[in-house]
Design a protein around this ligand. Sequence first.
Ligand code: SAM
Ligand code: SF4
Length: 472
Amino acid sequence: MSPERKVKSALAKKLFVKTYGCQMNVYDSARMADVLAPLGYVVADGPEGADMVILNTCHIREKAAEKVYSELGRLRALKQARAAAGGRMTIAVAGCVAQAEGAEILRRAPQVGLVFGPQTYHRLPELIARAARKQGADSGGVLDIEFPVESKFDHLPEAAAPQGVSAYLSVQEGCDKFCTFCVVPYTRGAEFSRSVAEILAEAERLVAGGAREIVLLGQNVNAYHGAAPQDERADADETWGLGRLIRRLAEIEGLVRLRYTTSHPRDLDDELIAAHAEVAELMPYLHLPVQSGSDRILEAMNRGHCAEDYRRKVARLRAARADLALSSDFIVGFPGETDRDFADTLGLVTEIGFAQAYSFKFSARPGTPAAAMGGQVPEPVKAERLAMLQTLLAAQQAAFNQSQAGRVLPVLLESRGRKPGQLSGRSPYMQAVHLVAPAHHLGQVVAARIETAQANSLSARLWAAEMTEVPA
Ligand code: SAM
Ligand code: SF4
């Protein structure tokens, strides 16, 4: 290390961000670090000795707030130890618990200096300055959980550090759908799409920084409708949907894979389905949550689609891309769910066949309509249904993984594996693949022969150094 870098690193302030929940939070945490980099903060691996600790929280399911409070208890001890050693630690709570709990966090956890929501972290430098003044005056913490008129994206700096071979890019935020079980419309606010130009610029920077795959993110990513590039607009209000955005992104030199998550069945339009048929860079894997197979429950959830709509969309997707691997989200034990409703969910799963899926017990989120509905399902019934559903989903995932054995697949190698000489990557279908290969293959799409399939990953052998993606 040069003497100059040594001095810089000695002067650097340490930042530790603990991320809970979804990919959007992972993206937000990276952007918080970008906002703080010009203030001299460098990212640390743990909270010990950190000058600033941010808990970037998730409120989607049970006990989220309680988990945050117990983490805050542990941090209080670290903060006291740091103060005893003559240092200072600022503790911040960000994300959806911050948005939902607000001032309650400052009341219950006075060690917290800052509470801010998902839409205001671009103001972090100003919030930190205010927190420092308050800390000096010993007068409590700073709270900023507004939904500001300005978009945070207009104020965030360019990403400071490359994200790696596979990078997240947030294109859409918030949700206007108000499913009766969900906190997102309250914690993330109204639906908002970034402009195509802004997204293209960020994607080009990510690729220049080494990304070969980009995962487009949004709470409802396929509701995307961002302003068209200025020189390509037929009229001032023209917007592009996700399908058109994907086609344009696929033209970026060096970008070999595109994915998007999370989608809503209602917003899956013709343009996006056609992109699955025609854009080779768009990977044949789709996370398309259905939540339940019962029309009665889907209606009570305010999902705006029935089971048959879902079946039809899946049939169209499979007609466009026969090898499409599907993933989904399920909630069991929604208020009023009977054995018959649950049987409909099992029936739909059996019929569709999922390569992977996430399933949860209904969790009553304070302030959402479903939390106050009659017919709450007892915990043991929820647990039993979840176990049954997960057994079925695990069997489908195992069968899907098994069906890949013997195939030669393109695998994008993203990182070093746990064993010496091993590299890890993803198949087109999002499966984790491990193989032994020289490190210079990192960041490349290689041909891998799948040898054995495990519950959550595939073991493979390097077959050829180069492979193009399997066309639709
Ligand atoms: N926008 C996506 C959609 O509409 O499918 C879902 C986004 S949500 C952040 C992720 C998943 O969390 C949902 O699909 C749902 O299965 C689950 N989830 C949300 N609220 C829940 C609740 N109150 N109880 C249990 N699971 C919940
Ligand atoms: Fe929540 Fe998704 Fe429903 Fe929006 S569409 S309210 S994010 S579950």
